[in-house]
Design a protein around this ligand. Sequence first.
Ligand code: HEC
Length: 216
Amino acid sequence: MRNVYLITAFVAVALVSVLGLRGTKFTSPPLEVFPEWAFPGMKNQPKLRPQADSKFFADGRADRAPVEHTVMRGMLREDEHLNTGKTASGAWARGFPSELKVDLAFVKRGQQRYEIYCQPCHGATGFGDGITVRYGMGAVANANYHNDRLRQMTDGEIFSAITNGSPSKNMQPYADKLQPVERWEVIAYVRALQRAQLGTAADVTDAAAKQTLGLK
Ligand code: HEC
């Protein structure tokens, strides 16, 4: 008698695992107890899968190209400085695009994205000593921001490094992860990291702090 319960339970589990997952784990349609033709509903709807072919369109592709001469909303990228890091004459831009307000909130957004996307290699302070170095991704010597070459590098070149990867391609592009404005936010934070290593006594303006440090 005990076996009957066990077998029932086993059959139930087996049925659910075979039939219940149809349609989620499999691409073929699930077995239907109440078939669509007898009980019309909206269970089956025509659709096209990504990258599939389609006899409906003349070119045989299910994916449709955007209509010619159209731009997706929010994707019109006319501003050279903001979107390419270059000035109208094609030179690398110095400074930030005029429409961006570079304030503390801007730099903080940059810090947040830097910590996600750049810190693993470039390190929290920008010395190129991120966690990846400890895992043997060694050749990050050029990833140190604190040398004259990278200090004097134009903002446009940093923009390009994020957008297209480094010139030698040792660093991959981050254009798919950071929108143009976010790239400028990250640049602001990189500049803050560089500036932080160049502090002098003259940077201390707070009277109480001056006294603690014994400055005049
Ligand atoms: C997977 C590791 C890695 C990550 C993540 C990474 N970088 Fe780099 N980065 C490198 C390496 C390695 C170099 C040196 C590349 C070379 O010598 O070509 C480099 C070089 C650079 C340079 C100098 C490029 C030049 O012209 O010499 C800049 C600027 C830079 N990175 C910025 C960034 C910023 C900003 C981020 C985050 C959005 C970032 N990197 C994320 C590894 C990384």
